[in-house]
Design a protein around this ligand. Sequence first.
Ligand SMILES: *[C@@H]1O[C@H](CO)[C@@H](O)[C@H](O)[C@H]1NC(C)=O
Ligand SMILES: *[C@@H]1O[C@H](CO)[C@@H](O)[C@H](O)[C@H]1NC(C)=O
Ligand SMILES: *[C@@H]1O[C@H](CO)[C@@H](O)[C@H](O)[C@H]1NC(C)=O
Ligand SMILES: CC(=O)N[C@H]1CO[C@H](CO)[C@@H](O)[C@@H]1O
Length: 403
Amino acid sequence: MKGTKLLTVALALMTLMALKAYIDWSAEQPEHPPPPELAGPTSPLPPTEPLGDDPADLLLHINVSLQRLRHSVPEADAYWNRQQHGLFRALEEGPANATWGCGDGQAAAAEIKDFASYPEQHQRFVLHAACRSFPLLVNQPHKCAGNRTFLLLAIKSVPGNFAARQAVRETWGREGEHGGRPVRTLFLLGAAHGQHQPDLQHLIAYESQAFGDVLVWDFEDTFFNLTLKDFLFLRWVLAHCPDARFVLKGDDDVFINTPRLLAYLGALDDHRARMLYTGQIMANASPFRVAKSKYYIPESFYVGPYPPYAGGGGYIFSGRLTQALVLMAQHVAFYPIDDVYTGLCFQGLGVQAEAHPEFQTFDIAEKDRDDPCVHRQLLLVHRRSPQQTMRLWRLLGDPQLKC
Ligand SMILES: *[C@@H]1O[C@H](CO)[C@@H](O)[C@H](O)[C@H]1NC(C)=O
Ligand SMILES: *[C@@H]1O[C@H](CO)[C@@H](O)[C@H](O)[C@H]1NC(C)=O
Ligand SMILES: *[C@@H]1O[C@H](CO)[C@@H](O)[C@H](O)[C@H]1NC(C)=O
Ligand SMILES: CC(=O)N[C@H]1CO[C@H](CO)[C@@H](O)[C@@H]1O
């Protein structure tokens, strides 16, 4: 037993060393040197801790990162807080301890005294939150073949949203080399069949053949499974698109001004391009306690503030942070609200959420919603119907457009 444990710790150390080597290596690969006149203002970012090659240093580094997170999670009696502090304590024994399996859902439920009063989706979350392995039913393993992906658009959709996906394909999500910058698009889906829904598997299989841009995992595609979807997607990026320069996670009902976005990303200086986590930032947020809210979190589940996080309607991060994110997620219990969870992981990594005023995930003034001139000055707005998206895109691309 002792020997096995030592071996696991050694393996974990080697993974961390590989990760560090990878980060250092990719840090030395500037791709598009930014034209100086376009470079945005550099915001102060915490300097990365100097890392030696000594494995003990590396262990300390992930430890330091998790200690930072540990201080921001209150030690309260709520279920998630207790579970997370258990994970922090487990880390003291070495990072290999965090393993996840589905087995103990009922035990988890038994730890919550008012579990019976939880809404159904909260109950299901607690029962299944430790399940992190689900097979891919539809994959696109060659999505990122060829030139290095500059921007990977990863769009959260659900099987039935065919029209929304088609509008994205025909407009801002069109794949290709845009000004020498390869853009690739993926739609992230859960299972297209299930007990309480029509069987859409054949339609999705057809869609995948026709467009080659859907990923389907075998889990129920519900709101509270979005953290799971995000986690599985990050692992997919590591396996199939590890050199993507930027990743945008967004909803299928956002409108993105892709040319403006590419210009913005292309103009970032190298340091910011490597440490990016930006969108509309929620600072000082805390859980909703109204039981009817989509975002309701019972007090017996979580107590404390939320970390600063980018609204899940659409945000961007540097692809090279993916591996560190997956490693961090290994030590952070799933949280029902996916963008809050992502914020927690970035907080643990010490990567600051950077506010960008041109991300409008709560939409803009009513009078401006159909105005292409307003959209020309924005990067992302939520939410637009497929028809609005088609119309806005056509107007934006019209050379006759006068603003
Ligand atoms: C991580 O930090 C905690 C608290 O400072 C400490 O007790 C523990 O030994 C550290 N673990 C490792 C592996 O360094
Ligand atoms: C790769 O990039 C080059 C230069 O931009 C371009 O000419 C070529 O068509 C691209 N290849 C593919 C497969 O997109
Ligand atoms: C997430 O998906 C799993 C697997 O399909 C399912 O058992 C679970 O109930 C889902 N969780 C929620 C909260 O919907
Ligand atoms: C998070 C985790 O898996 N923690 C475990 C670490 O190992 C101890 C002892 O084997 C368990 O009791 C913890 O549950």
